[in-house]
Write a protein that binds this ligand. Structure first.
Ligand code: UT7
Length: 335
């Protein structure tokens, strides 16, 4: 039987209009543009404004962008996965709402929640459904409204995060393109260093939790930074070695956009030159589950069929990993 691999065949994105610049942040907290740029690489980020708009608002628009560009019938989509750390609501699956709104009425759906690694782990999940031979179209969306859990008086976190969404379509491939190998990890040691304390089952919402600002992201940045640098670089290096890839074989590094210094450290460990490193953190900040699909959208025109891409991510939990992927198509602007 012919081997089925899981390839990405289309991408789409949505970014909110509102641009929160470093200059504006200077008026909100004790920070400055120079510190933010040198410590993180971020110049601006997008924020979703407007009452009643959650993560699904952006996920729906990213999916519709993909559907329009690729000209697929949404009824042919069999599975919709929404990778997110900021679901619309507790209990109700965000993906079910998204699937209905985009007309994927024949699909089943679920959310994939693994902090900043949600999309990377979602790629692995989507690939398994395709490789099984049973599913032909799996839509994976990475979307986060980080501004819904950020304290804009806390300079340690508010300068980093932004909102956005990206979508990719997985389809079967018979030329051995798509997902080749993956190395995925987690370690609960990380929970104390990056979390939202209240609103979950341990500490449900109460007047006290709101008064004490426990619904916001808490991050011990220095410690997370240390783990992120060593772990993301480690899995990226390992996946190269076990696939016998040399630096000349790697066309692109698509790493989670949390801090440019973490991305640079990973690229250095892989001995990759700057021109092979996808980067959009300067425009969007850390959009959690959306960073990887937004990179694919921004670089789509430069990607060539057969390009070797190393995806890497690190996030809360801790969760992290790397995926070795072969790109499946050349960009066609008339499509
Ligand atoms: O996406 C999921 C995973 N998350 C990450 O990967 C994020 C990992 N962490 C980071 O990216 C970095 O740790 C941060 C960007 C959050 C912080 O950068 P840092 O270089 O680790 O800064 P720091 O916390 O060590 O602080 C250095 C100095 C401190 O001042 P002193 O004590 O040296 O006088 C801070 O008070 O910078 C100060 N500082 C700031 N100054 C201006 C901290 N935040 C700011 C700020 N503006 N926003």
């Amino acid at each position: 039987m012919q081997k089925i691999t899981a390839a990405i065949t289309a991408v789409g994105k949505y970014l909110p209009d509102y641009v929160l610049t470093n200059k504006e942040l200077e008026t909100m907290v004790d920070t400055n543009d120079e510190w933010i740029v040198t410590r993180t690489g971020i110049k601006e980020r997008r924020i979703l404004k407007g009452e009643g708009k959650g993560t699904s608002y952006m996920a729906i628009r990213a999916a519709k962008d993909l559907i329009k560009k690729s000209n697929i019938n949404p009824k042919d989509i069999e599975l919709v996965i929404v990778a997110t750390a900021t679901p619309d609501m507790q209990a109700a699956s965000t993906s079910a709402f998204v699937a209905s709104q985009i007309g994927a009425t024949e699909a089943f759906s679920f959310d994939q929640i693994a902090a900043c690694s949600s999309f990377l782990f979602g790629m692995s999940t989507a690939a398994r459904y395709i490789e099984s031979g049973k599913y032909k179209k799996v839509l994976l969306i990475g979307a986060d409204k980080n501004s819904s859990m950020i304290d804009y008086t806390d300079r340690a976190t508010c300068i980093i995060f932004g909102d956005g969404a990206g979508a990719v379509l997985f389809e079967p491939n018979h030329e051995n393109l798509g997902l080749q190998d993956e190395l995925l990890k987690s370690d609960g040691v990380g929970r104390e260093f990056l979390h939202v304390k209240a609103g979950g089952s341990i500490l449900p919402a109460s007047i006290e939790t709101v008064t004490n600002k426990l619904h916001y992201v808490y991050q011990d940045g220095k410690t997370v930074f240390k783990y992120a640098v060593s772990n993301m670089a480690d899995v990226s290096d390992k996946i190269l070695k076990r696939n016998k890839l040399e630096k000349k074989d790697v066309n692109w590094l698509a790493a989670h956009q949390a801090n440019k210094r973490i991305i640079d450290a990973t690229a250095r460990r892989m001995d990759l030159s700057e021109d092979k490193v996808m980067l959009n953190i300067q425009k969007y900040g850390n959009t959690t589950s959306a960073t990887l699909p937004l990179l694919l959208n921004d670089y789509e025109e430069q990607l060539k069929k057969g390009d070797n891409i190393i995806f890497a991510a690190f996030g809360g939990g801790f969760t992290w990993g790397a995926i070795y992927f072969k790109w499946a198509y050349n960009y066609n602007k008339n499509k």
